[in-house]
Design a protein around this ligand. Structure first.
Ligand code: SF4
Length: 213
């Protein structure tokens, strides 16, 4: 018979013992302007791919004025190494204009404010709030986090919003800030979407999807 979902405190404590207490984003940035840009550009790309593009980008663009005023074709060309670069260029320019016009040139510090910006969904907003401001209003659910949540039995859903709701119900608020990062580390290390490597996994004894007897 399949095991039930493990006690969340036990699972998180094991994950912290392996991956550290609060792993931070691997998106390179110098400040919250860079962080916002990197997070906005990161969907559908690896962190490595995003960092390769932003390394050059951040040398050319330093403020939201720079992004707001650049010609859109030039910005698209500067984002050329990313998937969906044309859409991302449009969203980045429009977001920078809105940040200047509505938020005094600063990244908004609330979920509602962030969600008004073009191209910003809950996941992007959560990462920005967590990493940029140390604010935890939700749990950022990316592909790794979704796969791990389902395999551990914390959610049965495919939709990231519904997975996030399940996690928010089951996980104590004080842990919201670390869950996503720990699940992402596990997803990159052993619980890969294409092939799980349960033998090496720190949760193999308590995970309902473990293939280790
Ligand atoms: S035991 Fe296997 S299925 Fe469970 S979290 Fe680890 S790698 Fe994923």
């Amino acid at each position: 018979m399949k095991r039930a979902a493990p006690n969340i405190s036990e699972a998180l404590s094991l994950l912290k013992s392996r991956y550290g207490d609060i792993p931070h984003t691997q998106l390179k940035h110098r400040n919250n302007t860079d962080l916002f840009v990197a997070v906005l550009l990161s969907p559908q790309c690896t962190d490595k791919q995003t960092n390769a593009v932003t390394e050059t980008l951040f040398k050319k663009y330093r403020t939201f004025d720079d992004y707001a005023n650049v010609d859109i074709r030039r910005l698209s060309a500067d984002l050329g190494g990313l998937n969906y670069y044309k859409t991302k260029a449009r969203n980045l320019k429009a977001s920078a204009q809105m940040i200047n016009d509505r938020f005094d040139g600063r990244v908004p510090k609330t979920m509602d404010g962030l969600m008004e910006l073009p191209g910003v969904g809950r996941k992007v907003a959560n990462v920005m709030l967590n990493e940029g401001f140390g604010i935890y209003e939700g749990i950022a659910v990316d592909t790794h986090c979704a796969v791990v949540s389902r395999r551990l039995g914390y959610s049965r859903h495919m939709d990231p919003k519904r997975i996030e709701q399940d996690l928010l119900r089951k996980i104590p608020e004080k842990e919201w800030g670390v869950v996503s990062s720990l699940f992402i580390e596990l997803g990159r290390d052993t619980c890969k979407a294409a092939k799980k490597e349960c033998k090496r996994c720190i949760l193999k004894e308590i995970c309902p999807s473990s293939n280790v007897a």
